[in-house]
Design a protein around this ligand. Structure first.
Ligand SMILES: [Zn+2]
Length: 74
C-alpha cells in the first residue's frame, strides 16, 4: 500500500505556521523538505488567490496552502 495519507489537522497547522513565518516546510513525518508546486488559477476566477501545493516525496503527504496576498494596504 502506497496510498498517500493526508496530514492530520495538527500537522497542517504546524506547516501553515511555518509557511507564515517564512520557514522551510519539512514533512512532520519524514523530516524531508516538501516540494512546492504552483497551482495555476484559471483566468475565469474573479478573485486572485495564490495556492501552493506542497508534496512530500517520502510519505506522499500533501498540503494545499492559500497564500493570499497580505500587505500593509487594507
Ligand atoms: Zn513525509
Amino acid at each position: 500500500m502506497n496510498e498517500a495519507v493526508p496530514y492530520s489537522r495538527k500537522e497542517r497547522d504546524d506547516l501553515r505556521a511555518a509557511s507564515a513565518e517564512g520557514r522551510r516546510l519539512d514533512c512532520p513525518r519524514c523530516g524531508l523538505p516538501l516540494h512546492k508546486r504552483r497551482i495555476d488559477t484559471p483566468p475565469s476566477v474573479g478573485y486572485v488567490r495564490e495556492r501552493t501545493w506542497w508534496l512530500c516525496s517520502g510519505c506522499g503527504g500533501s498540503l494545499v496552502l492559500d497564500t493570499s496576498p497580505t500587505g500593509p494596504h487594507s
